[in-house]
Design a protein around this ligand. Structure first.
Ligand SMILES: Cc1cc2nc3c(=O)[nH]c(=O)nc-3n(C[C@H](O)[C@H](O)[C@H](O)COP(=O)(O)OP(=O)(O)OC[C@H]3O[C@@H](n4cnc5c(N)ncnc54)[C@H](O)[C@@H]3O)c2cc1C
Length: 391
């Protein structure tokens, strides 16, 4: 395949390639998508274009592969409703996130490269300001901020309010090197790029339509023959007939978008009884979220809404208006590690899933790893390799 160096990126991306050539183009139906009448051969068919599918498509295209993505747009997919926080320190005990020292710099660089490529912005450096409400948390922060390996991330505790519009609390501590990504903007902008290149079909993929061909021929779906198909379906991967035995533990989350003109986060993320962070429009904020394990419906509930309001009222000292209430499902896994690899008995089929609560930081790193595994058989990290599970 021809590759061209785009003016906005140091990376090689294929020249626009379409699924059809010559007269087929003139006969294209009046829709944004179409399938060629005759068999089209590609390298990789990806199902799903959330964060997983987006980053995998990005790296495969960079490597000059012929890729086609099939994605039924879901406005409440995890990637569309996530707060997009990159949090190097997690939980009450303030433990470093898994592989954070390695993953964080790659996440930052990758997002900045994709921003350049798409000529837009979705990565925002932002401290996470913890509102400390009890002595134990206060002590934890003091201990961690002095510990080797943590000093880069955990700043000193202060009693000076770092944000305004909040009720008073015992103290504040900032987590440095954190950020948030406007994930919906990221995937929607990349979707527009893929659509413009005829590399995305906004279809539902029905697994019954997939034909497994002899190994060397790959798979066939409608009029597309692909060397491999990689499923990046988010929590819906648990219903995928080839991977339903993987230990998915989906976690539903409900969130609010509020408008609060008197709130001033100074561009930061606030962590109290949940997170509050800037949303897309001025004066709008993302608030959330609940974490309900083993639920996989996308319906909002009055109970969770009241829960979120209660938690918000414990923190905020300014009026606000609820603009939106939505629910989505995180593709979480039993051991909190992603799922990567090819099916043990059908190697034409693979999966990139299980990003759980950390999709933003994990997706570029592991998409790259998956890409190298597909292209040059590079080994996968044993913690994420699906070879550890019986399928
Ligand atoms: C409330 C909430 C808050 C979150 N906050 C954060 C956060 O702050 N930081 C963070 O890092 N992560 C966060 N996450 C997690 C993050 O959103 C996920 O890890 C990540 O988005 C998962 O991406 P994915 O591509 O695997 O799945 P998804 O985003 O679910 O994307 C899967 C895509 O596949 C499509 N698809 C599925 N099946 C089919 C099919 N058969 N045919 C066609 N298309 C199909 C879907 O329509 C969808 O577009 C949050 C999640 C939720 C729900």
């Amino acid at each position: 395949m021809l590759c061209s160096k785009t003016k906005t990126s140091n990376y090689y991306h294929p020249l626009p390639h379409t699924l059809e050539h010559g007269e087929a183009k003139q006969n294209r139906p009046n829709t944004k998508y179409y399938l060629p009448n005759n068999m089209k051969k590609i390298d990789y068919l990806l199902v799903g274009q959330g964060l997983a599918g987006t980053w995998l498509a990005y790296y495969l295209l960079q490597a000059g592969q012929k890729v086609l993505v099939v994605d039924e747009h879901s406005p409440v997919s995890a990637s569309n409703i996530a707060s997009g926080i990159v949090n190097p320190i997690t939980g009450r005990w303030l433990v470093k996130s898994w592989m954070v020292d390695e993953i964080l710099p790659i996440a930052k660089t990758a997002h900045q490269e994709l921003e350049q490529f798409l000529d837009t912005r979705f990565w925002y450096n932002a401290n996470i300001v913890w509102r400390i409400n009890d002595q134990q948390a206060y002590n934890n922060f003091i201990r961690r901020s002095g510990m080797e390996g943590y000093r880069n991330y955990v700043a000193d505790v202060t009693t000076t309010p770092l944000v305004s519009g909040f009720k008073t609390c015992l103290g504040y501590a900032a987590i440095n090197q954190s950020a948030y990504v406007q994930t919906a903007h990221l995937i929607q902008t990349y979707r527009q790029f893929l659509l413009a290149q005829n590399l995305l079909l906004p279809h539902a993929f029905n697994h019954k339509d997939l034909q497994i061909l002899p190994k060397q021929n790959g798979v066939q779906w409608q009029t597309i023959q692909a060397k491999k198909i990689i499923f990046c379906e988010g929590y819906k991967g648990m219903f995928n007939p080839y991977f339903s035995d993987l230990p998915f533990t989906p976690a539903k989350g409900e969130i609010l978008i509020i408008e609060a003109p008197d709130l001033d986060l100074k561009g930061q993320i606030v962590k109290g009884n949940g997170f509050i962070l800037p949303h897309v429009k001025p004066n709008q904020y993302w608030v959330g979220s609940s974490y309900i394990t083993n639920r996989h419906d996308e319906n909002t509930t009055e109970t969770e809404k009241q829960n979120l309001i209660k938690r918000l009222n414990q923190m905020l000292d300014v009026p606000y208006k609820i603009i939106q209430h939505v629910a989505g499902v995180r593709p979480a896994t039993e051991n909190r590690r992603p799922f990567l690899g090819l099916h043990p008995s059908i190697p034409q089929i693979g999966i990139f899933n299980g990003l759980g609560t950390k999709g933003v930081s994990l997706s570029p790193y592991f998409a790259k790893e998956m890409c190298e595994h597909l292209l040059v058989d590079a080994p996968l990290n044993t913690a994420v390799n699906i070879a550890q599970y019986a399928l």
